[in-house]
Design a protein around this ligand. Structure first.
Ligand SMILES: [Mg+2]
Length: 142
């Protein structure tokens, strides 16, 4: 799979234009997805020029090198890229709907191919029982 991964707020905490603090297991997870699961990881960020190079160097210093950076493949020239469109199978970004999951969850979702938990299935009675399950506060204080 081709996986596009954001930098600020995803690999490190969002302190743009500075390099933020490492987000736990981000680099390790991306390396594992590359080396063990053979996915192609593309760095996909708004960073350009020197700020982009700082992000690339940061990742490299932690042992993570990307298949491509802000492009579909290593040799792609910006001029050949209409509207900077990226062809990826999957994006990892802190601006995902629902926010950025824990990197352990991200790894499991990609590794198992189980990308989401479907809503509970069943008849009306099952669904009503599910809805009436007591939440934590109800169990503690109800
Ligand atoms: Mg971001």
């Amino acid at each position: 799979m081709i996986i596009a991964c954001d930098f600020d707020g995803t690999i490190v905490t969002h302190e743009y234009p500075k390099i933020g603090k490492p987000i736990p297991f981000a680099i390790q997870t991306l390396k594992k997805l590359q080396e063990e699961d053979h996915h192609q990881i593309i760095l996909w960020t708004v960073r350009e020029g020197e700020l982009l190079q700082e992000a690339v160097d940061y990742c490299k210093s932690k042992g993570l090198e990307f298949y491509a950076v802000n492009s579909n493949y290593p040799e792609e020239e910006p001029a050949h890229r209409p509207a900077r469109k990226l062809v990826a199978d999957l994006w990892i970004d802190d601006r995902n709907l629902g926010g950025l999951p824990d990197w352990g969850i991200i790894y499991n979702m990609i590794h198992t191919g189980n990308m989401y938990k479907p809503a509970p299935q069943g008849n009306m009675e099952d669904l009503q029982q599910h809805r009436h399950k007591k939440g934590l506060f109800e169990r503690l204080f109800g």
